[in-house]
Ligand binder design. Sequence first.
Ligand SMILES: *Cc1c(COP(=O)(O)O)cnc(C)c1O
Length: 400
Amino acid sequence: MTTQDYIQLENDYGAMNYKPLDVVLTRGKGVWVWDVEGNQYLDCLASYSAVNQGHCHPRIAAAMQEQIERLTLTSRAFRNDQLGLFYKELCELTHSHLVLPMNSGAEAVETCIKAVRKWGYRTKGIPEGKAEIIACENNFHGRTITLISFSTEAQYRNGYAPFTPGFKIIPFGDAQALEQAITPNTVAFLVEPIQGEAGIIVPPAGYLKRVREICAAHDIVMMTDEIQTGLGRTGKLLAEEHEGVEADLTMIGKALAGGFYPISAVLSNKQVLGVFQPGDHGSTFGGNPLACATARMALKVLVEEGMIENAAKMGDYMAQQLRGISSPYVKQVRGKGLLIGVELRQEARGARRFCEALMKQGVLCKETHEHVIRFAPPLIIQRAEIDFAIERFQTVLASL
Ligand SMILES: *Cc1c(COP(=O)(O)O)cnc(C)c1O
């Protein structure tokens, strides 16, 4: 079968809710992937940061393989010998007190919304049905009805009404707006440390620190969505560490099992997740032994193999190299660690055609919004590979 045959199959039988680049991948190893025709590419997206540890990491593969042959799913009707160890290791790593495992990022965010509402009714005495959660303009927290209910992106919402009430939107990066939006019924503030899907938007320095203070002063729950920014992506285990803050609730997902398995988690202090009683919330696959065993090794290699430090170092190098490119199309290079956005000017006529040209040069990138190219390779990337990407990018900028 040819590339075109595979694409035809997807087009004939699949819903058209994506518009991927026309590359059909069949194999991956580390920072590299190969298509069905044998062409090799440097992966500069890392599956939206779900493959921070690199494709098919051998130690994660081995841990998963071992668990697959032993026990995969128990449901939470029974206990399993991986869950408690996963909790303990994750809590020790992130300085959390409690964990709640789910499957997708969206489910972790939904879990937080349930938890803070219940927390507000129980501990703040907010009248039932009145809890308010504050979120930011241009947020991305997932695709469920409740999550798109407070999206400000028209396409995410069009045609999906009616929406879930109880959310208030303020500008991102504006701590004063948060303070002004708080009412006696506010239970929580939900924020991404860096807005990924919005185009790698970095808030002003000191923002999260100020948010931390405001949330504490008004007794509302600070929730950081680190599903994309967490697990080493920005050069720290969690991006909130850049400002030395700890949120009350933190969502992680994506790279939690190194791209081998969907698993997400809510990290919490004692109080907030402490509101859940047996039967209040659940998931058939959440916390299954296969997910836990895989995630345990994915976390272990992230730390043991120095990927977080490498992300900081290589991120600085990559940003510096990108800033060194002189092209009339490049408006701004921004980000932290290996989460880098290159914003193109209007004259560039959209980032998509640059991604398509980069693909032909052996570098896989994806546009985010119309004018931003995201560079977010696996955290194991080395200098020579970054040089490879930069060279190709220069060629593409010069040729279009
Ligand atoms: C990807 C992402 C989500 C949603 O995760 P899914 O696993 O796709 O449901 C939520 N928040 C952020 C910041 C993300 O990047």
